[in-house]
Structures are given as structure tokens and as C-alpha cells.
Design a protein around this ligand. Structure first.
Ligand SMILES: *[C@@H]1O[C@H](CO)[C@@H](O)[C@H](O)[C@H]1NC(C)=O
Ligand SMILES: *[C@@H]1O[C@H](CO)[C@@H](O)[C@H](O)[C@H]1NC(C)=O
Length: 278
């Protein structure tokens, strides 16, 4: 609010009269209410005060609404996060209707194995390898163990990609006849089983950590006596394209020559092929 406006609102009406004592002046005002010219002034004063009050009230309301909107709806940054993430400034949220009986969506990633399913998975996770700044590794106190690239950044990934990898691993495990990586070599069966258990455990922990509190309702079906779930609900979701923006902007090609060099065992890939993988 400008100070000019405040003056307009609060400066007392001046009377072009001889100066009086404060008591006289008050009496004069009380008496003068009935006299015509001062009554007009009083009306004007009331009108001005009403306008000022209306302006003040609407500015205040607009400010409160704006701030609340920025915090609740438009806040593209932290979405209630209290732990720092380098992706926080990228992440945006949206309200999205999800139908868990969307068979096409399920089939695209979990249907019978096919080239299309494989390419969908490839597209989904292709930016999972990213570079982290040195400063972030120092904050975590992990620079001593980090895997550093020649450009000084450290090898990292968003956890969401780990969980997607786990879903893919479990999916592959369902179709060992199609997926070679689901057919452990002789003697490696236990290790493969452990990997699958780790993935299921990680996904359970993740589901409970994020605990989707969207309410689900039940429905009566003409075909069944027991109530069914209505699995279509309105969810508060992270916008996947905002995650992609971060992952893409920080993507690193870890298969390129010289990117992954073990301090003892040397280069891991040569001409994009594993040379030293164990
Ligand atoms: C699902 O896929 C089928 C065949 O690919 C298509 O005909 C149908 O329109 C799709 N349904 C939805 C809801 O996208
Ligand atoms: C679930 O509820 C939505 C309305 O919110 C409705 O459109 C949908 O058809 C319901 N699902 C089933 C299976 O009835």
C-alpha cells in the first residue's frame, strides 16, 4: 500500500476554521454534524473510508490467495520435501486420474514379452545414469567412496530408476524362457533369487515409505456377491516429464571410454563393450 494511499485513508479531515482547543474542536464536530456543508464532508469522508477499506481488504485477500496458491498448488519445487534432493527444483506435481485397470498401460510394460515391451522399458529408463556435483557428494560425506567421472562429477541416479529397474527385474523373472538375464548360470541360482527378493523388499519398503493415502471406494457388481474395488481415483502425482527434465539434463554416458575406471582393475568398458566386468 502506498503512503499516499495511507494518508488519503487516515489523515483527519481538516477544517478551514480558526484553531480551537481540542475540546472545543470535538464539540464543534459533534454539533456541526447537523450543518449542511460539514455533513457533505462527512459523507465524503465515509465514502473515502469505505473505498480505502475495500481496497485494503481486497489487496489483502488477493495476497493471501496468491501466497496460498503458490505454496499449495504451484510450488514446483519441494512438494513437502524436507530432505534435499538435487532434482527438487525440477519436480512439479499434478492432479491425475489413474485407472489401475488400464490394461493397455499394464500391457505396455508387463504384457507377454515382445520387442515393443522391451523398447518401452528402454525408453522409460534411458536417462537413469546421471552426474552429481562434487559439492553434493561432500555434503553427503561420500566423496571418499564415490565413483568419479573424468569431468569431476560423480556417478549417481534417481532412486525412482532403481525401483523401475526392480519392476523390470521381477517382470523378466516371470519369463525366463524369453529373458536370458532371468536364467542364472549354474551355481548363480541363489544370487538370482536374492536379487529378486531384494527387489520385492525394496518395492514394499518404497510403497510403505510413500504410503499413497488416496482413498479407495468399493462398489457392488451385478456379477459378484462380494464388493469390488473401484480402482479409479484422483491422485496427486509427480509429473514424470519434470523428472525426465532433470535426469536428461544431468545424464552421463557411462559406457563411453574412460568414464568408468576402477582404481585397481582399470577400465570397465572399451568401445562400449564390457572388458572387465565382475
Ligand atoms: C488399448 O489398445 C488397443 C489396441 O492396441 C486399442 O484399440 C484401444 O483403443 C486402447 N485402449 C485405450 C483405452 O487406450
Ligand atoms: C469408479 O468411479 C468412477 C467415478 O469416480 C467411475 O467413472 C468409474 O466407472 C467407476 N469404476 C467402476 C468400475 O465402476
Amino acid at each position: 500500500m502506498s503512503s499516499a494511499m495511507e494518508q488519503r485513508c487516515y489523515s483527519p479531515v481538516s477544517f478551514n476554521e480558526e484553531p480551537k482547543t481540542s475540546l472545543e474542536s470535538e464539540n464543534a464536530q459533534l454539533i456541526s454534524i447537523n450543518t449542511a456543508p460539514t455533513a457533505r464532508r462527512q459523507r465524503l469522508r465515509t465514502i473515502w473510508l469505505s473505498i480505502c477499506a475495500a481496497v485494503l481488504l481486497s489487496s489483502y485477500t488477493a495476497l493471501v490467495v496468491l501466497l496460498a496458491r503458490r505454496t499449495v498448488v504451484e510450488d514446483p519445487t519441494h512438494g513437502g520435501r524436507i530432505i534435499k534432493s538435487l532434482a527438487a527444483d525440477y519436480v512439479q506435481h499434478e492432479i491425475r486420474e489413474i485407472d489401475y485397470l488400464d490394461w493397455n498401460q499394464s500391457a505396455a510394460f508387463f504384457g507377454k514379452p515382445s520387442k515393443t515391451v522391451d523398447s518401452n522399458w528402454h525408453e522409460l529408463v534411458k536417462y537413469h545414469n546421471i552426474g552429481l556435483p562434487d559439492s553434493y557428494m561432500q555434503e553427503l560425506g561420500r566423496e571418499y567412496q564415490g565413483v568419479q567421472f573424468p569431468d569431476g562429477r560423480y556417478f549417481g541416479s534417481l532412486m525412482v530408476y532403481h525401483h523401475l529397474h526392480c519392476l523390470k527385474h521381477i517382470y523378466h523373472a516371470l519369463y525366463p524362457e524369453y529373458y536370458a538375464d532371468a536364467r542364472p548360470a549354474a551355481g548363480q541360482e541363489d544370487e538370482f533369487q536374492k536379487h529378486t527378493e531384494h527387489c520385492l523388499g525394496a518395492l514394499k519398503a518404497y510403497v510403505m515409505c510413500k504410503a499413497d493415502i488416496t482413498i479407495e471406494t468399493m462398489l457392488w457388481s451385478p456379477k459378484h456377491s462380494l464388493p469390488l474395488h473401484n480402482v479409479t481415483s484422483t491422485h496427486q502425482c509427480v509429473r514424470w516429464d519434470s523428472i525426465l527434465d532433470y535426469a536428461k539434463a544431468n545424464n552421463e554416458d557411462v559406457f563411453a571410454d574412460g568414464m568408468l575406471v576402477h582404481p585397481t582393475y582399470g577400465a570397465v568398458f572399451k568401445d562400449r563393450k564390457p572388458v572387465n566386468v565382475f
